[in-house]
Ligand binder design. Structure first.
Ligand code: MG
Length: 455
């Protein structure tokens, strides 16, 4: 049946694309592949219990013993798997920042890291074969461990300068988005001696507070609370709390490229080395990293690719401009609580976020997406490459044209029938002009190709 796993596991609308039949069968495939004890957890979505039950049934039918560690952030599950030597792998039931009708099934290997594409293909092949169920005396068992949440939070606290944070008597506004951060966010702030004003900290999988993608538009409440409470920092997570975005003490939303730059600078002030980020990240990161004496390495888009490059090149830090940060001294995956704790440390040592923001270089970045049928994605990139074959370019992921004052990136989405265009420059007009030009070319190509197919 071809590709089942997208960039972030198997995702779909519950009981339409992501059915319990699919979940049971995938559970059998995962259990057959891992052959051992498998950890399972979910975020706060309404369908979490149902999908987790179905995947669990499949896992046990294939002979896997499972440990259900409850409702918690994806990185807490990854930490549990990685810190227990005898785990074969882990499964997270989450659709991250997607709307509440979605859910997903995401696997990690014995180290807690996301699986390589080749490994997912092996699981997909097993899914296609549909492994049967074991005989009654060879099915797996289920046990429960409620300790994962606190173990993760304690581990984060051990990896920051907790004493300095405690001594600073900070106040933070924390927005859990009714998602998995409810389990770890308030506990983390309490253990770090930070006074917490919480928002949407009750787990409600329909996300009544606001949509679970932490964009500026969705975070109006925390932004206005920051202005009235005079707190030191605002912290907001996405639905499964692997990502973290920040609001300054002055109530300004800190874009992901800015928090990544500020954190890179802070990490490099302690330890020089390499920072890894995807080709879609703002050049702001590179400028700040170079000024701090570090180097940047670019990868294709997607946190597993960033994590792998960090591992292979012994990087000191890495992340994406959507609030995903990876701290290799803790674990090689996006780590929402670690990002929050490290930013508190950074504020204590380097000063208010509002001041740190002022020191950042200015770039104008335009991001657009256009509808593009999946079968036209590769031909479109090839067409744009041919058209720009004499230009200075990087083809790590799609086509990135490099200019003196900026760059333009055209790439296909890994998960949706969408083509993305990014254009960045220190000159706002140039950024806009390049985005317009490439967008027109792309739309024309898609139209002509679609018409050709109809004829
Ligand atoms: Mg997420």
């Amino acid at each position: 049946m071809g590709r089942l796993f997208g960039t972030n596991g198997v995702r779909g609308i519950v009981n339409e694309d992501l059915t319990i039949d699919l979940a049971v069968r995938l559970g059998k495939a995962i259990g057959t592949f891992f052959k051992g004890t498998v950890v399972i957890a979910s975020d706060t979505r309404r369908s979490g219990g149902m999908i987790k039950g179905a995947v669990s049934s499949g896992l046990m039918a294939s002979g896997a013993d499972i440990i259900d560690i409850g409702m918690l952030p994806t990185p807490a599950m990854q930490h549990y798997v990685g810190s227990h030597r005898d785990m074969a792998g882990g499964v997270m039931i989450t659709a991250s920042h997607n709307p509440p009708q979605f859910n997903g099934i995401k696997c990690v290997g014995p180290t807690g890291r996301e699986l390589a594409r080749e490994v997912e293909e092996e699981i997909e092949a097993l899914y296609d074969e549909d492994p049967g169920c074991n005989a009654w005396d060879a099915v797996g068992t289920i046990s429960y461990d409620p300790t994962a949440t606190e173990a993760y939070v304690d581990s984060v606290v051990e990896h920051v300068d907790a004493e300095s944070i405690r001594n600073a008597n900070l106040t933070a506004v924390l927005d859990c988005a009714n998602g998995a951060a409810f389990a770890t966010g308030p506990m983390l702030l309490s253990k770090l001696g930070v006074r917490a004003i919480t928002l949407n900290a009750n787990p409600q999988g329909d996300f009544p507070g606001h949509p679970s993608e932490p964009t500026e538009e969705n975070l109006k409440d925390i932004i206005s609370l920051m202005r009235t409470t005079k707190a030191d920092v605002g912290i907001a997570h996405d639905g499964d709390a692997d990502r973290t975005v920040f609001i300054t003490d002055a109530g300004e939303y800190v874009g992901g490229e800015k928090s990544l730059s500020i954190m890179s600078k802070y990490v490099l002030s302690k330890k020089s080395g390499l920072v890894v980020t995807p080709v879609s990240s703002s050049s702001m990161v590179e400028e700040v990293v170079k000024a701090a004496g570090g180097d940047v390495m670019y990868t294709a888009v997607g946190s597993p690719v960033v994590a792998k490059a960090m591992f292979l090149n012994n990087a000191v830090f890495g992340g994406e401009d959507n609030g995903g940060m990876i701290f290799p001294e803790h674990q090689l995956c996006r780590d929402g609580a670690m990002a929050a704790a490290k930013m508190l440390e950074c504020i204590v040592k380097d000063g208010k976020l509002s001041e740190q923001m002022k020191a950042l270089p200015i770039y104008h970045t335009i991001r657009r997406k256009i509808k593009c049928p999946n079968e036209l994605k590769i031909p479109l990139v090839e067409y744009l490459m041919e058209m720009n074959k004499d230009a200075k370019a990087d083809t790590t992921d799609g086509l990135k044209l490099l200019y003196k004052d900026g760059w333009m990136l055209a790439r296909s989405s890994g998960t949706e029938p969408i083509f993305r265009i990014y254009s960045e420059s220190k000159d706002a007009e140039k950024a806009m002009q390049r985005a317009n030009e490439i967008e027109i070319k792309a739309i024309e190509f898609i139209e002509f190709s679609s018409n050709a197919n109809d004829a």
